[in-house]
Write a protein that binds this ligand. Sequence first.
Ligand SMILES: [Fe+2]
Ligand SMILES: [Fe+2]
Length: 150
Amino acid sequence: MPVIWKSQLSTGNDLIDRDHKYLISLFNSIELSLLKPDSLQYLPIFFRELLEYTREHFEREERIQLRIRYPYYAEHKMEHQKIIQHLETLNETVLKLMSARDKLGDERIHQRLDSEIISLAREWIIDHVVKTDGKMARFLKQHPQELTDY
Ligand SMILES: [Fe+2]
Ligand SMILES: [Fe+2]
């Protein structure tokens, strides 16, 4: 089921909201690529983009936190690092499975990845964007919506 961005997810910062929207759309693309055999070939491209853009987003978000002197910066950054590790491990799994696609067959790739991607989405979107970034929103809302990271 696709995740749709809604205004309750707004953090009170344009740059961060823009990133979250893009990352959610990448998750949806990954989910779609797993649904249809002819789109499975795009999974590694989407997943790599998710990993790279997540890195970029976390750096941007951390710079903004430093700018507003966010009091929970250290624990937030630790959660970012955990998500990156999870994404890196899963990216390697995706590459390994896709390189053996002919041998394994699409069905086994689906079985192996479906639950992993759902649990990643839960960790990344539900737990992080909704809860952890949601906590940051209370502080960001005291600053202009268009506050940048420099
Ligand atoms: Fe975020
Ligand atoms: Fe975050």
